[in-house]
Design a protein around this ligand. Structure first.
Ligand code: SF4
Length: 263
């Protein structure tokens, strides 16, 4: 029996009532369609560190030296607790075999991009922050595909994310038996069509990365990890419409049976 790939998702997007106002922010595309293709794992960092539901809003605060995660009403500082939780939780999620992470947008804990950051004494914010949990996760594990839920509302971006997850899940499956120069080269060659269509130059660049890694006598596991980190960075950019359609048409439905419909 096929095992469904595991996907981490901010808990509130799965319909869990964990937001500061006691509500959820269910993303029905994920809970009604993707749930048939993925093993969905909910993660709520704020509840994870013991903040109650309901609770006051948190915010990112730039105190001039660093960015802190604080209670927006009384200023209680949650930074240390979130950092510790994020490291432990990120390790556990990756060890459990997740193939991607969908983050709630705009959240000071989960947001991946353009999150409000306040300066001490200022009521206005700049939208250039990253949620504290999301930042730790992506720093520790840059080879795992991640996406902000807002992007999934665009069908092309959703397809693009699923393709990255699919590519990662194939890589992970091969790597379970241990990487060698041969298995990594074979993996790269088996996916060259995918890479060619997704990102101009990606196939050549990643091929060179394999060659130089082994020329420098790096361990195969290290080369494979560098390979996927670079691949996800490269693939993070959305490609041309034609390329995506082509890949989605030919992309093997190996991510279990078929890629889930996104609209
Ligand atoms: S955005 Fe993140 S921290 Fe906030 S409720 Fe959702 S899962 Fe919890």
């Amino acid at each position: 029996m096929d095992v469904k790939p595991r996907l981490a998702v901010s808990s509130c997007l799965l319909g869990q009532k964990v937001r500061n106002n006691g509500e959820a922010a269910e993303f029905t595309e994920i809970t009604h369609k993707w749930n048939g293709h993925f093993d969905l794992i909910g993660v709520c960092p704020e509840v994870g560190v013991g903040m109650g539901v309901p609770r006051p809003k948190t915010r990112l605060l730039n105190d001039g030296n660093s960015i802190r995660l604080v209670d927006s009403i009384n200023g209680e500082d949650f930074t240390g607790r979130i950092l510790e939780y994020a490291q432990v939780q990120a390790d556990a999620l990756v060890a459990s075999g997740i193939c991607g992470f969908v983050f709630k947008n705009d959240s000071p804990s989960c947001g991946l991009e353009r999150v409000n950051v306040y300066r001490d004494g200022h009521t206005r914010a700049t939208r250039d922050g990253k949620g504290m949990f999301a930042k730790i996760f992506t720093t520790l594990y840059p080879h795992i595909p991640v996406v902000d839920e807002e992007r999934l509302k665009d069908v092309r971006q959703a397809e693009h994310f699923l393709a990255r997850v699919h590519f990662f899940s194939l890589w992970r499956e091969v790597g379970l038996s241990g990487w060698t120069a041969q298995t990594l080269t074979d993996f790269h060659n088996a996916n060259k069509q995918f890479l060619l269509h997704r990102s101009p130059g990606a196939k050549r660049r990643l091929g060179r990365l394999i060659t130089s890694g082994f020329d420098n006598s790096e361990h195969a596991e290290t080369v494979a990890l560098t390979y996927m980190t670079e691949a996800q960075k490269t693939l993070n950019a959305l490609t041309q419409k034609g390329s995506i359609a082509n890949v989605m048409e030919h992309a093997p439905g190996k991510i279990t049976h078929n890629l889930p419909s996104v609209k």
